[in-house]
Design a protein around this ligand. Structure first.
Ligand code: ATP
Ligand code: MG
Length: 567
């Protein structure tokens, strides 16, 4: 397993917060926030940010806000707002009564913009977006002043008011901060503060037709909410001088911005643009497709909030961008599910077994422990009868000496029941094995025999007459390369999508107690993996998503280029 380089609570962000508490920088107060833009569903990278922000507030007796950065009406939807709230809550981050929207601050932001104009620190520009880009210069060349840069304050105030009133079409004017067109930091070359967009906003409807840009909305929203530590990802480091400039120029309350490295995972894309593409192009079934790294996808797959919290705890927080092995995420899930899941018997590829010396019509109820890892989980009764199903993979007609499962003449233990010996494989006309004729040892029910005979193989099974039909959805990673962006010239990341990322197996047989399974319920299918009941379960067929296998198969994948089946 990869080992985490840092672990909270000793990470550098917490160290900064602790230092600020000690020196009384914010009067000993701590207030953090998670500021998602509601233009997509949250993913595992967001979980890192949520848990960091929430964890710091909780551990220092501070407060945690949820604030939607809803400044772009063309990309934002209520569906996203709702899913984000559900996911943040599910992860265990409680914003109590502090749910905010940047759009709640539009009036204040507008007033503040007027204040900058009056101070000669902002101007209305008529250049087009393209022209602004050309005038901005490059890293090696300073920018050029816009012809509108020296507009009189009165004219700027008038034009800005008229922008708000809707007198100008989209893209015809912007409001820009007047900072420094020669700054080595491109963000300081008169950044755009407002643009004209005649679009309906999910909360303010048509009240506004000018919308603040991220850099103008974000820091001021932090300030309005009294945030102490504005924790964000490294790409905002270059925006920090602008964050500071806005608040200093306004003379407003000033939080401290701290940047940390965003999460990247092998075999995974976390860019919102790419996730949206996967959904829009139907490359997955939706935002909550169990192959998606979204919180809702992970939840549907069978991830628990505990497993995700454990993962975020282990990866820690640092200032250096690294890529974490997806195997670590799966490891955290496996550990959590091992502790909490009931063990059940499921046969993915059923093969009929007839026990010739077992009386037809007889049914015995055998006791099965629910979870050997959890003494309080109790036991259940399972029906045993003459006709059973075992997994086709547990039989071989021609078996090597070290084959400890079924083969003609070989004896195995059926978990929680008897020893059986395979006598004969019955085939159909095409030569396909359709049934095993076996005998059982009536003296072996307790799992041992009077003669002390031992068998090495123990198989899961279900009674044919009692078993339920089920569909298993077996997932593999969505991408075939550790870095999905690793493609030859002229190709794109979509070429790295794994065509075998989902295998649907119908006609599975599972033990009858699973009739009670509800969407979201988690089980260990013995010898197969951890499975989560899917909301698609309907009409008597239960659908189960494989959350994760029982063992880490990634080490083998790295070596051989393909996964081996666990035995
Ligand atoms: P975009 O801005 O491109 O739409 P985003 O992923 O940055 O995408 P936001 O809604 O702006 O989406 O993100 C909300 C918060 O989550 C931000 O503070 C951002 O820094 C943080 N965040 C986003 N991606 C990650 C990641 N991979 N790891 C850690 N934090 C992240
Ligand atoms: Mg962002």
């Amino acid at each position: 397993m990869p080992t985490p380089d840092t672990t909270s609570p000793t990470d550098f962000v917490r160290a900064i917060v602790e230092e600020d508490i000690r020196t009384g920088r914010f009067g000993g107060r701590v207030q953090t926030r998670f500021p998602p833009e509601p233009n997509g569903y949250l993913h595992i990278g967001h979980a890192k940010s949520i848990l960091l922000n929430f964890g710091i507030a909780r551990d220092s007796g501070g407060k945690f806000n949820l604030r939607f950065d809803d400044t772009n009406p063309t990309k934002e939807e209520t569906e996203y707002v709702e899913s984000i709230m559900q996911d943040v809550r599910w992860l265990g981050a409680d914003w109590e009564d502090r749910l905010f929207f940047a759009s709640d601050y539009f009036e204040q932001l507008y007033e503040w913009a007027g204040q900058l104009i009056k101070a000669g620190k902002a101007y209305v520009d008529d250049l087009s977006a393209d022209e602004i880009r050309q005038y901005r210069g490059t890293l090696s060349e300073p920018g050029k002043d816009s012809p509108c840069r020296n507009r009189a304050v009165e004219e700027n105030l008038d034009l800005f008011e008229r922008m708000r009133r809707g007198e100008f079409p989209d893209g015809s004017k912007v409001l820009r901060a007047k900072i420094d067109m020669a700054s080595p930091n491109m963000n300081m070359r008169d950044p755009v503060m407002y643009r004209i967009l005649h679009a309906t906003h999910h909360r303010t409807a048509d009240r506004w037709c000018i919308y603040p840009m991220y850099d103008w909305a974000h820091g001021q929203s932090d300030s309005i909410e009294g945030i102490t530590h504005s924790i964000c990802t490294l790409e905002f480091e270059d925006h920090r001088p602008l964050y500071n400039w806005c608040l200093d120029t306004l003379g407003a309350y000033h939080p401290r911005q701290v940047e940390f490295a965003r999460l990247a995972l092998t075999y995974t894309v976390l860019s919102k643009r790419k996730l949206i593409t996967l959904v829009r192009e139907g490359l997955v079934s939706g935002w909550d497709d169990p192959r998606m790294p979204t919180i809702s996808g992970l939840r549907r797959r069978g991830y628990t909030a505990e497993a995700i919290r454990d993962f975020c705890q282990r990866i820690g927080v640092s200032k250096a961008n690294t890529t974490v092995e997806v195997a670590l995420l799966e490891h955290c899930l496996r550990e959590n599910l091992n502790k909490r899941c009931q063990r059940v018997m499921a046969v993915i590829n059923p093969l009929k077994v007839v026990i010739e010396n077992y009386p037809a019509g007889q049914v015995e109820w055998v006791e099965a422990t629910n979870n050997p890892e959890d003494g309080s989980a109790g036991a259940r009764q399972m029906p045993f009868a003459r006709e059973l199903y075992v997994d086709r993979d547990d039989f071989r007609e021609e078996a090597p000496p070290k084959w400890f499962r079924l083969a003609p003449g070989r004896e195995v233990r059926l978990k929680h029941a008897y020893y059986i010996t395979c006598k004969e494989a019955v085939k159909d006309a095409a030569g396909q094995v359709i049934e095993l004729r076996c005998t059982y040892d009536p003296a072996s029910r307790s799992g041992v025999t009077p003669d002390g005979r031992m068998v090495k193989g123990t198989l899961q099974w279900v009674s044919a007459a009692h078993a339920l039909d089920a569909e298993a959805r077996l997932y593999d990673s969505l991408f075939v390369k550790p870095n999905p962006d690793d493609v030859p010239e002229g190709r794109d990341w979509r070429d790295n999508i794994n065509p075998h990322s989902l295998e649907i197996v119908r006609g599975c047989k599972v033990e009858p107690g699973l009739v009670q399974a509800q969407p979201g319920d988690l089980y260990q299918f013995m010898r197969v993996g951890y499975f989560c009941c899917d909301p698609d379960s309907a009409g008597g067929t239960h659908v189960f998503n494989r959350a994760v296998g029982l063992r880490d198969t990634w080490a083998k994948v790295e070596k051989s280029g393909k996964a081996n089946q666990p035995d």
